[in-house]
Design a binder for this molecule. Structure first.
Ligand code: AMP
Ligand code: MG
Length: 327
């Protein structure tokens, strides 16, 4: 009997932590399926980060009502730095603290393979090399960046065992690669090195002292209760520069149309999110659409109504932020 695959009753495969299980997990990921995997921090919900439809599946499986930028996992710093620009600071911290519980936010390269949805449309991308041997072997076998937020339903605590993952996501994902309990159990430290000042975005498994010993002072973000910036203005939210008009039922010739289903007539430019009305397809194409319509230089973007269910909630959330008044 092959030990690789145990089919759980509700369809989510529980894969064991050896060569055959890792190979099966990698095959599923390469086919666009969702596979949860253990790391030294928490279990991640993995998808091929170059496949926007697979990444849309992460948000659908978690029932996350908004798109936030996801961390991409790699087997080595060399692999990560193919997709993002690493300056001297990034190379120094990577050399000292990778593999490990540290995530770096860096500018996307022009030839970055990662889908825009993975980074929520931003010009930056968060990357990490996990220390866990199984996670590393998985990334190597996939041969592509693996996007992975924590493998729990939105609003629930991060899972540190395969059973936690199944408790929340049984039947909603293709497989979980069971590599036992996570050693660190808290999330990775997130360090933004995309600008001239290094900024700590999240405390986590790598200490700020260790980072400052390597690259000098690191700025802290203001405490979250300080309402310094309005919705949509946070650094982690992409917003187009053209104004966005929601729930458009007509469109002018000097407007660009973000269409969902049969397009309204008369727009100066059209980007079709999904001709068939698929919310997964629309989510996968959302940031490409906003960016391409932004480049038209028209007066604004008219967005057709999106159904407020499933991934439609996250799409509407992001369009609402794009439409909110800018200050
Ligand atoms: P999780 O996926 O749950 O581990 O959370 C990822 C964390 O990294 C969140 O706090 C994100 O806001 C942050 N993050 C990921 N990518 C970026 C980015 N490009 N810019 C700023 N923050 C990011
Ligand atoms: Mg989480």
């Amino acid at each position: 009997m092959p030990r690789a695959t145990v089919i759980d009753h509700a369809m989510t495969e529980r894969l064991l932590d050896h060569a055959a299980g890792i190979a099966r997990a990698a095959q599923l990921l390469r086919e666009g399926a969702l596979v949860a995997f253990g790391t030294e921090t928490v279990y991640g919900l993995g998808a091929d980060a170059t496949d926007a439809a697979a990444v849309a599946g992460i948000f659908a499986a978690k029932r996350r009502p908004h798109f936030n930028p996801l961390i991409c996992h790699y087997e080595s710093a060399e692999a990560a730095f193919r997709d993002v620009v690493a300056d001297r600071r990034a190379r120094v911290v990577a050399a000292a603290l990778w593999p490990g519980p540290l995530t770096l936010v860096l500018p996307r390269r022009p030839d970055c393979r990662i889908a825009l949805l993975t980074g929520a449309g931003l010009d930056t991308q968060a990357v990490r090399v996990p220390a866990h041997a199984t996670a590393q072997a998985l990334c190597q076998a996939v041969g592509r960046p693996v996007a992975g937020p924590s493998a729990n339903m939105s609003g629930q605590v991060s899972p540190t065992t395969a059973q936690h993952v199944l408790d929340g996501l049984q039947g909603r994902i293709a497989a979980v690669l069971d590599s036992g309990p996570c050693a660190v159990g808290i999330e990775s430290t997130v360090l933004d090195l995309s600008g001239p000042t290094a900024v700590l975005l999240r405390h986590g498994g790598a200490t700020i002292e260790a980072i400052e010993a390597l690259i000098g002072p690191v700025a802290r973000l203001p405490a979250p209760q300080e309402p310094l910036r309005g919705p949509g203005m946070l650094a982690s939210h992409y917003a187009p520069s053209l104004p966005v008009r929601l729930d458009a039922t007509s469109v002018a010739a000097d407007e660009a149309l973000l269409a969902f289903g049969p397009p309204l007539q008369g727009a100066g430019a059209i980007f079709q999110l999904s001709a068939t009305g698929s919310l997964t397809e629309a989510a996968a194409r959302l940031f490409d659409g906003l960016r391409s319509l932004d480049r038209t230089g028209l007066r604004g973007i008219a967005a057709m109504p999106i159904p407020a269910t499933g991934l439609g909630l996250a799409i509407a959330d992001r369009l609402g932020r794009a439409a909110a008044p800018r200050g």
